[in-house]
Write a protein that binds this ligand. Structure first.
Ligand code: BDP
Length: 692
C-alpha cells in the first residue's frame, strides 16, 4: 500500500452488520448527471472493498427492495421529513436518515453535490463502524468557500511544497487529462473542499493568457462534477505584463477596463470560475501601494470586474514591508483596520491565523473580530513550511482547533474566531477558509503518510470549524489504516501530541521564527543581518545577556494594543499570560521564575528536552505497531519518525548551544548537553543533517 488511496481505502470491514452489507449491496440512485455517475462509481468501489470479505453468494444476491436510496428531495416521495428542514440544507447540505416505513437508509439533498457529500459521509460512517442516529444526520457546511491554495508555479515547482512537484502538468494540459486530477477532485469532495486556487500567491500573469486559460478550463471541467470551483491568483501588474498598458493603477480607467475584459474572457472559458486570490504589496509583489492607492482600491477594482459573473476576490492581509519601521506583527492590522467597511461586497480579506507567519504556535491574528464591517477568512498553512517540512510528523488539527476556539472578545466573551469566519459574529454571508496545500507528485500525495491527515483535517474543519481534533484523528486513522484499537488508540494519542512536541523542540514558550534562513528547515537562531531584519531570527528572539523575548507590551512595540481589552490585560501581565505565548509578548531575564518555580532558562531547556524525548518515544511506539498495518506504509513512517527524532536533537542542541552563550547558565538536570559546539551547528548546510 503506497498510500495513494488516502483515506478512501475501503478495506474490508470485519464482520459487517446486516445494515452495512445490505446498504452496500442493494442501493438505488435516482437521477442522471456526471455527479450521479461519480456517486455510482464510488458506491461500487466502496462495496467492492468494504464487503469483499463476505460470502460472494450473499454479496451478489439482490433483494427486490433497496436498502439504500440516494435521491434529491424533489425526486422523493417523502412526507416524513418536512420540506423546511430540507430547504435549510441549502445547495451543499445533505441529510442521511433511516426511513421509518420502508426501513431504507436515505441520502437526500437539494443538489447532486449534496448527494455526493452525503454519500461520502455515509461510506465513511460504514468504514469506521458508526451508525445513523435516530434523529438522522442533517449537515450543511458552516463556511461557503472551502478552498485549497496551491502555491504551485507554472514550471511545476511548488513554493513551500515538500511532496514532489506540482500535480498540474501544464505542459500536457489541456490535451492530456491525467487520472490524478479526478482522484484529486474525488479526495477533496470526500472531505467537503469545494474550491482550488491552482497557482502560487507569488503569481505569474501568464496564467491569465489564453494559452493557459485553456488549460485551466480543462481542469475546471474535470473538477466541476465534484463540486469544485477553480480560482486563480491574479498578479496585480498583469495589465502591464500581459496587457501592454503603461500602468496597473487601480484607479486608471484603462486598467479597470482591462480587468473587466479579462474577467469576461475567463468566464467564457470557465462559466463558474470562482475568482481571484491576490497577494499584493508583500514580499516584492506589486500592489496598489505602487500607485499610492489603498488595499481597498486594489481589491475593489478586481471585485468590480468579477461581480457580473458572481466571482469573488480573496484579498490577502499578508501585507508588510521592511521599510515600515513598526513591528511586523502590527503592520497588517494597521493597514487594513482603517479600511473596514470600504470593500465591495464580493471581497473577503484572507488573514493568516497569526500575525507573523505560520509558526508552530502563534497567538491569533489581531485582525480577527476587529473589522466588523468586512468579511474575514482564515488562511491556514497545511504544508509544513515551519514545522519540519515533509519529514516531521505534526498533526495540525490541534493547531487549527486552538486558533478557531480562541476568544477575540470583540463582541464580549464568546466571540470565538470560528464565529468570525463562519460569519455569525458580524452577520456576514460571504464566508471562506483557505488552506495552503501540502499536495505534490509524491505517490502518497503529501510526503509523510501522516500529513494526509492534515489535508483531511483541513477539509473537515473548513466544513465545520467547531470539530474537535481527537475525533478527526480517530476517524482518519480508521479510514486510512485499520480499526484495530490497539493501533488506533496509541497512534491517535501520538498524533494529538505531535504538534506540541514540535513546538517544544523548535520554539517553546512563545519563541518564533528561529528557523534556518529562507528554507526554514532546521534551527537558525543565529540568523541575523542580511537584506531584511524581519526575516532574521535575532529580530524575533532578541536574546542577549539580559534576557530573551520580544517585548510587545507598552514598553515595547505595543502590538498588544491591537487586541481587545481583556486579552491586553491577560497577555500584558507576565503572571497571567499563558506560558505558551510568554516570549512572543515579553522580554524577560533568564532568571525569571515561571509557574513551576524554575527559571526561564531551565524551562526553555526542559521544553527542548521534552520534545526530544517524545520524538524518540514515538519511534519506539511505532515499532510496536509492526504487523498491525501494511509493511510499506509502516516502513515509510518508521524512517520518517527516526529522521524526526534525530532532528529534534539537532534542534535542541543547536538552540541550547546558541542561547547558552547569553544565559551563561548550566543546563538543568535531565537535559542532555549538546554533542557539539555552536560553530558546528552553524556550519550545517541546508538539509545536510548529520545522523546521531
Ligand atoms: C511565507 C512564505 C513565502 C510565501 C509567503 C506568503 O515563506 O514563501 O510566499 O509566506 O504567504 O510563509 O505570501
Amino acid at each position: 500500500n503506497d498510500g495513494y488511496k488516502l483515506w478512501l481505502q475501503y478495506y474490508p470491514i470485519e464482520n459487517p452488520s446486516y445494515w452495512q452489507t445490505s446498504t452496500l449491496k442493494n442501493y438505488q440512485i435516482i437521477g442522471t448527471s456526471e455527479t450521479i455517475d461519480i456517486i455510482k462509481t464510488e458506491l461500487e468501489t466502496a462495496a467492492a472493498g468494504l464487503i469483499s470479505k463476505i460470502n460472494p453468494s450473499v454479496k451478489n444476491q439482490k433483494n427486490t427492495s433497496n436498502a439504500l436510496l440516494i435521491a434529491k428531495y424533489q425526486d422523493l416521495n417523502l412526507n416524513e421529513i418536512p420540506k423546511e428542514q430540507i430547504s435549510q440544507l441549502g445547495n451543499e447540505g445533505y441529510a442521511i436518515f433511516l426511513h421509518n416505513k420502508s426501513k431504507q437508509t436515505v441520502v437526500t439533498a437539494n443538489s447532486d453535490i449534496g448527494l455526493l457529500y452525503g454519500t461520502f459521509r455515509l461510506l465513511q460512517m460504514i468504514q469506521v463502524g458508526k451508525i445513523i442516529p435516530k434523529e438522522g444526520i442533517f449537515q450543511t457546511p458552516k463556511i461557503n468557500h472551502r478552498v485549497l491554495n496551491h502555491w504551485d508555479n507554472l514550471d511545476r515547482t511548488v513554493e513551500r511544497g515538500y511532496a514532489g512537484f506540482s500535480i498540474w502538468n501544464w505542459h500536457r494540459l489541456p490535451r492530456h487529462i491525467d487520472q490524478q486530477y479526478h482522484d484529486y477532485a474525488r479526495a477533496n469532495a470526500s472531505i467537503g473542499i469545494n474550491g482550488t486556487v491552482l497557482t502560487n500567491v507569488n503569481a505569474n500573469s501568464l496564467v491569465l493568457t489564453p494559452a493557459y486559460l485553456e488549460k485551466v478550463k480543462a481542469l475546471a471541467d474535470v473538477f466541476r462534477p465534484y463540486g469544485i470551483k477553480v480560482y486563480l491568483t491574479a498578479r496585480f501588474s498583469s495589465p502591464i505584463e500581459i496587457g501592454k498598458l503603461p500602468t496597473a493603477d487601480p484607479l486608471d480607467e484603462d486598467v479597470q477596463a482591462w480587468w473587466k475584459d479579462k474577467a469576461k474572457e475567463i468566464y467564457e472559458y470557465i462559466p463558474d470560475f470562482g475568482g481571484f486570490v491576490v497577494k499584493a504589496d508583500s514580499e516584492g509583489q506589486p500592489g496598489p501601494h505602487n500607485y499610492k492607492r489603498t488595499q481597498a482600491d486594489g481589491a475593489n477594482m478586481l471585485a468590480e470586474a468579477l461581480e457580473p459573473y458572481g466571482g469573488i476576490v480573496m484579498w490577502r492581509a499578508f501585507v508588510y514591508s521592511e521599510h515600515t519601521p513598526d513591528d511586523r506583527h502590527k503592520q497588517a492590522y494597521n493597514e487594513f483596520k482603517p479600511l473596514d467597511g470600504k470593500f465591495k461586497e464580493n471581497v473577503i480579506i484572507q488573514v493568516k491565523n497569526g500575525a507573523i507567519d505560520f509558526q508552530p504556535r502563534e497567538p491569533f491574528h489581531p485582525m480577527f473580530g476587529a473589522m466588523p464591517a468586512t468579511p474575514l477568512m482564515m488562511e491556514f498553512q497545511i504544508t509544513q513550511e515551519y514545522l519540519g517540512h515533509d519529514t516531521h510528523l505534526a498533526f495540525l488539527a490541534p493547531l487549527f482547533e486552538e486558533v478557531l476556539k480562541e476568544d477575540t472578545f470583540r463582541e464580549g466573551a464568546g466571540s470565538q474566531i470560528a464565529k468570525v469566519i463562519d460569519g455569525t459574529l458580524h452577520n456576514h454571508k460571504l464566508t471562506a477558509m483557505a488552506g495552503v496545500a501540502n499536495i505534490g507528485s509524491d505517490r502518497n500525495w503529501t510526503g509523510h503518510h501522516f500529513h494526509q491527515a492534515n489535508w483531511y483535517t483541513y477539509g473537515k474543519m473548513a466544513w465545520d470549524p467547531y470539530l474537535n481534533s481527537a475525533e478527526i484523528a480517530e476517524e482518519w486513522l480508521k479510514l486510512t489504516f485499520t480499526s484495530d484499537k490497539n493501533f488506533v488508540e496509541p497512534i491517535q494519542n501520538m498524533m494529538l501530541a505531535s504538534r506540541e512536541m514540535v513546538v517544544n523542540y523548535m520554539t517553546p514558550l512563545g519563541l518564533h521564527h528561529i528557523m534556518a534562513e529562507s528554507h526554514h528547515y532546521g534551527p537558525g537562531p543565529w540568523v541575523t543581518g542580511g537584506r531584511r531584519a524581519d526575516w532574521t531570527a535575532t529580530y524575533y528572539h532578541q536574546a542577549s545577556e539580559t534576557g530573551i523575548g520580544f517585548d510587545r507590551t507598552k514598553t515595547g512595540s505595543n502590538a498588544l494594543e491591537q487586541y481587545a481589552e481583556p486579552i491586553q490585560k491577560l497577555w500584558g501581565d507576565v503572571e497571567t499570560i499563558p506560558e505558551e505565548h510568554l516570549l512572543w509578548f515579553h522580554h524577560l531575564p533568564w532568571s525569571h521564575k515561571l509557574q513551576n518555580g524554575k527559571s526561564l532558562w531551565d524551562n526553555i531547556a526542559i521544553h527542548y528536552q521534552k520534545g526530544v524525548d517524545e520524538a524518540k518515544a514515538n519511534v519506539k511506539l511505532w515499532e510496536t505497531m509492526q504487523g498491525k498495518i501494511d509493511h510499506e506504509r509502516f516502513a515509510h513512517v518508521h524512517s520518517f519518525l527516526k529522521i524526526q527524532a534525530e532532528e529534534a536533537i539537532w534542534w535542541k542542541d543547536a538552540c541550547l548551544a546558541y542561547f547558552s552563550q547569553f544565559s551563561k547558565l548550566p543546563l538543568p538536570d535531565g537535559v542532555e548537553n549538546p554533542a557539539h559546539d555552536l560553530e558546528y551547528y552553524k556550519s550545517i548546510k541546508p538539509r545536510h543533517v548529520p545522523g546521531i
